[in-house]
Design a protein around this ligand. Structure first.
Ligand SMILES: NC(=O)c1ccc[n+]([C@@H]2O[C@H](COP(=O)([O-])OP(=O)(O)OC[C@H]3O[C@@H](n4cnc5c(N)ncnc54)[C@H](O)[C@@H]3O)[C@@H](O)[C@H]2O)c1
Length: 372
């Protein structure tokens, strides 16, 4: 689809915790220009606009119908993603949404179908798979350095987001929890490296029915937990490789590696999938030690929002985007199937969607440096 401007004009919807990080990262990117921001709580939009020089602060309805906005950057909480993304599409806007794409497969399907019907683009976070760390892993796999990949071990385990988020309640509601909040990072990186998932099984648990806000003005407030807070899952990839994925907000401390990829000829140790950088290490048959392929993270590895910049470039040039709704759709189906399996005592669930090129291809560098 053609585009009349040299930059994609972005309207930010949702001006909460993560929004200032996006605004700071997008400031130096010529492909995007933030022209407006809105929030259901207008004071938040005004504060964000004042801090980052955003010219307009319309109402939510006006932002979604704004003739000067080409793309809505959806930074609302997960439970609001589908409704707001569909309203933005109805207003003729492209959308880039924070993860997950939606909280149900029915909503995700509606989003993909609506975007297709209107020839609009939808992209979704996470975009860490576009960072230097995942790209280094992808290059090692593509070059055959570890032979044929046969298994992956992935774990993201911590003591929960109430340690840093001043309003963490939504992260313990349906559509969030560790599986849906941090699982998208791992499944996006894993499927980018290993291809689509064919089957999953899982067990889950909730260690505590209540949690406590630990930071900000509401510190000390108790709230109820509506989700599983520890999920152990087994994945079977379409090409036969096997995976283990643990997501947890019930772990005080860990020394488990975040992500390892084991092949017939070697092993890759990758960084956390919610990071854009390294370290990345490889050791192949006959090596006495691991070799560092990429050092600790640096500012040039990538940044939160590079998926949006990649999408904007694709709108401007017509070439395929990488952090696509199709990728997010497959990841959401896997997440949903893991949750269903865990609720159903571990019954294995088949995944219907798949990933084909260009939507599922291994990540490539297309976006310039920024800060994470
Ligand atoms: N906080 C982080 O560190 C972080 C990191 C990565 C990704 N994310 C993702 O970013 C998204 C937002 O997270 P957050 O932490 O900024 O949440 P938040 O609750 O701090 O902010 C969300 C904002 O959206 C507004 N909002 C809610 N419903 C709305 C609606 N229907 N229309 C307009 N505005 C609405 C709220 O008033 C609030 O200001 C989530 O999808 C989350 O998964 C957050």
């Amino acid at each position: 689809m053609g585009h009349d401007h040299a930059t994609v004009r972005v309207g930010v919807l949702g001006c909460g915790n993560v929004s200032s990080r996006y605004l700071a990262n997008l400031a130096g990117q010529p492909e995007v220009t933030v022209v407006a921001c809105a929030d259901a709580e207008p004071a938040r939009a005004r504060a964000l606009a004042a801090a980052h020089g955003v010219p307009e602060v319309p109402s939510v309805d006006d932002l979604l119908a704004h003739p000067g906005v080409d793309l809505v950057l959806n930074l609302t909480p997960p439970r609001a993603h589908a409704e707001t993304t569909l309203r933005a599409l109805a207003g003729g806007k492209h959308v880039y949404t924070e993860k997950p794409l939606a909280t149900s497969m029915a909503d995700a399907r509606r989003i993909v179908e609506t975007a297709d019907a209107r020839s609009l683009r939808v992209g979704t976070a996470p975009d860490t798979f576009l960072g230097a760390g995942a790209r280094a892993c992808a290059a090692l796999v593509t070059e055959g350095r570890i032979g044929t990949p046969v298994s992956v071990n992935a774990a993201m385990m911590n003591a929960g987001p109430e340690r840093f988020h001043p309003e963490p309640e939504f992260l313990y509601q349906a559509g969030a929890g560790p599986l849906f909040d941090i699982g998208p990072y791992y499944l996006t990186v894993l499927t980018a490296l290993m291809g689509p998932v064919a089957r999953v099984g899982a067990l889950g648990a909730t260690a505590r029915p209540e949690r406590v806000v630990l930071t900000g003005p509401r510190a000390g407030t108790t709230f109820g937990v509506e989700t599983l807070t520890h999920v152990n899952s087994v994945l079977e990839f379409a090409d036969g490789a096997l995976g283990l994925l643990v997501t947890s907000f019930d772990v005080t401390a860990t020394r488990t590696p975040h992500l390892e990829i084991h092949g017939t000829e070697g092993t890759i140790v990758a960084a956390q999938a919610n990071s854009w950088g390294g370290p990345v290490l490889v050791r192949t048959t006959g090596d006495a030690e691991f070799t560092e392929v990429l050092p600790e993270p640096t500012a040039s590895d990538g940044f939160m929002g590079m998926g949006l910049v990649d999408l904007a470039r694709s709108i401007l040039t017509g070439r395929p985007a990488q952090a696509t709704a199709a990728r997010g759709f497959h990841v959401l189906e896997v997440l949903t199937a893991i949750a269903d399996s865990a609720r159903d005592g571990g019954r294995f669930v088949r995944i219907e969607s798949t990933l084909t090129a260009p939507d599922g291809q291994r990540p490539a560098a297309t976006v310039g440096p920024g800060s994470a």
